[in-house]
Design a protein around this ligand. Sequence first.
Ligand code: HEC
Ligand code: HEC
Ligand code: HEC
Length: 432
Amino acid sequence: MRMRTLAIGIAAAALAAGLGLFGATRWSDANTGAHPRAGSADPATIARGAYLARLGDCAACHSVAGQPPFAGGLRMETPIGAIYTSNITPDRRHGIGNYTLADFDRALRYGVANGHTLYPAMPYSSYARTTPEDVAALYAYFMHAVEPAAVPERPNEIPWPLSMRWPLTVWRWAFAPEPAPFSFAGDPVLRRGAYIVEGLGHCGDCHTPRGPGLQVRAFGPQDGPAYLSGAIIDGWHAPSLRNGDRTTIGAWSEEQIAEFLRTGSNAHGMAFASMNEVVANSTQYLNPADATAVARYLKSVGDAGTVQGKYAYDPATSRALRSGDAGARGAMLYLDNCAACHRPDGKGYEGVFPALAGNPAVAAAPPDSVIRIVLEGMQTARTQATPAQFTMPAFAGRLSDAEVADVATFVRGSWGNRAPAVEARDVARLRR
Ligand code: HEC
Ligand code: HEC
Ligand code: HEC
């Protein structure tokens, strides 16, 4: 999250030249005309706005440790320089205190503020799905329940002429979906799940691959099989959330997905990397009905079991290790370094040490996450439901590139996992 990389300026300028998009108009004031009146601030609306701000994970980017909530200032790297997130407290001088509801809506759904286009690091393309009622509730929350903070915004560090914002406008015309009333026919629970996942939850900003302009390639199942099919984000693999792959949540039940979102772990794995923050700031607050809706919707995206068949536990590895056969590549390293916590049967201890058997983080085709976890170690997410934290030690100082490759190959090919082998050069690439 902190280092999300977006080649927007350059890519968009190139696109502008190539596509001749000047003159197109995709946003106008008329689109925001039908809103409920600004300034309605009854406690129920404010409370709903607070909940929606959690769903949208506004704090992830607009709150920084040591600063008042939503005062902005988070540094985000782009290939053309660093940008800083905005102060979105109702401070009149430094924040959004002078925003009307229409201004707020324009920033949130259309990516336009103070007359210029925002960097798409602000996930307005996903937020475009938000209903006018929910935009109004968010506005009520930010205007009436967030403390104004007189924290000046930090200027972006992008040199002229790359700092010019017009290419962003072209980018927006080319890639951002036009905000339109959210439409989803059918089951109300699936509808609610789609609304959260495709909209405020902006799950696809990390879980859907990006195209050549670094735009998110699909915003919903209607855009084809790229949607939520997995992506590398900040050097981590955000796995496919489609139901069809045996290495991902295809093997998870609806209850297990909901449990993961609300607690950061389940029998199959634990949250890490930026998903850790997503759970801590956002999904742990999903109410039970919404967690179920998200889970059911995810189970509906992609065709179950058609890709590679479901994961099935294979006891052969465990049997071999227990009978003293450590001849498989990396098996000895596993016994020496990993088995104390993750156990020879690869099933770990639920809620403490995650299972590696059938774990998508281990068995997904791209090896990036498992290599980085072994090199860097990590900590479990802290949520209301799971206040204790457990630590996975870092092995960068203890294992060579070849050894990390061997042990990663072992866990990726054992207990029914069937991911390709890892080579030392893959490890060298990710070691810092
Ligand atoms: C992934 C990071 C990220 C998330 C999540 C995010 N924002 Fe932003 N937001 C940004 C960045 C970066 C900017 C500044 C972009 C720029 O300067 O062009 C911004 C700008 C804004 C602005 C414009 C303020 C101004 O006057 O410059 C508003 C309003 C805003 N965000 C509201 C929200 C709300 C409400 C949410 C949650 C629903 C949210 N943001 C979630 C990154 C994020
Ligand atoms: C800021 C980037 C980011 C956002 C936004 C994000 N995720 Fe993730 N997610 C990740 C990363 C990275 C991983 C891999 C680490 C892990 O498994 O915890 C992941 C893993 C997961 C997993 C575990 C999948 C598996 O197969 O192991 C689930 C389920 C998940 N995300 C659901 C969601 C949902 C639902 C949303 C939207 C509400 C969402 N994510 C939003 C980055 C993100
Ligand atoms: C001292 C106990 C301990 C040892 C030893 C250990 N781990 Fe871990 N491991 C953990 C904990 C705790 C986590 C969960 C951290 C988290 O999710 O943030 C974890 C997480 C993981 C994960 C991510 C799974 C997920 O779903 O989050 C992988 C992969 C992993 N370990 C592999 C290994 C390998 C390979 C070794 C040996 C080289 C190893 N571990 C040694 C405790 C350990």
